[in-house]
Design a protein around this ligand. Structure first.
Ligand code: ADE
Length: 243
């Protein structure tokens, strides 16, 4: 998969791409990431990317023209508009606090594209015509406001990259985790995990995990996952019939 990141801060992505699973995916060629400095697509001497909002108000708004030029310059994203009707190999995404909430199902859907182009907003916002006419979708990573879309883009990239074929070592590890179990009886959150030592500071590992009874361990994990989901994320639990 190809990621194209349109940003005012291309260096921002150096560390998120340099470690662990994502770095290995890039080394193996399962993932290619290109950053595009938005200032390179401005048309004026001052390389202006923002302007005052129409109608007045606080802050500055990101201009549409540099973003339009950046998208036109990115192979695939440009080709995408020409091939109307064909299955879309590329998806243009605007990261913003106003977007649809990102979740694991969305990460799985996005992992099916050949190319994702991520537009990272800054300042007070992005000219709405970008969301209306240039982006295929607008995504938020949570109900909070960040100073820019770069962190959100790095989060989205990470969540999608680990779902790409051959990226995670153990094929099972993307299945047996939070938000991913297909059976309706399974809890949405992953079960708790423990490793050695069996006791630390007087805090023991649940005895059942040390005894080698695989069915009992499976049952305990299913129960523990539900207990934790109920405790920390009651919003993810189905309502009881009388509620
Ligand atoms: N930009 C600012 N806040 C954001 C958020 N919550 N998600 C995505 N992009 C953002």
């Amino acid at each position: 998969m190809q990621f194209d990141l349109i940003t005012l801060f291309p260096d921002f992505f150096e560390s998120p791409l340099r470690y662990g699973v994502v770095a290995r995916a890039i080394l193996r060629g399962a993932l290619t990431v290109r950053t595009h400095h938005l200032r390179g697509y401005t048309g004026d001497r001052h390389q202006t990317t923002d302007d005052r909002p129409y109608g007045g108000g606080e802050g500055m708004v990101m201009k549409i023209e540099p973003l339009y030029r950046a998208l036109a310059g990115i192979a695939g994203a440009a080709e995408r508009s020409v091939r109307a009707g064909a299955p879309d190999p590329a998806r243009v995404i605007l990261l913003s606090a106003q977007g649809r909430l990102f979740d694991q199902a969305m990460a799985r859907r996005l992992a099916g594209y050949r190319q994702l182009v991520l537009i990272c907003g800054r300042y007070e916002g992005v000219d709405e015509r970008v969301a209306e006419h240039l982006a295929d979708e607008e995504i938020s990573i949570g109900n909070f406001v960040l100073t820019g879309g770069e962190l959100a883009a790095a989060v989205l990239l990470d969540a999608v990259a680990r779902l790409l074929p051959g990226v995670l070592g153990d094929a099972q590890s993307a299945l047996n985790e939070s938000f991913s179990l297909p059976e309706p009886a399974a809890a949405p959150l992953d079960c708790p995990h423990y490793t050695r030592p069996p006791e630390f500071n007087g805090w023991p590992v649940p005895q059942i995990l040390l005894q080698g009874d695989h069915q009992a361990i499976r049952d305990w994990r299913a129960r523990a996952a539900w207990d934790k989901t109920r405790r920390l994320r009651p919003d993810l639990c189905p309502a009881k019939p009388d509620e």
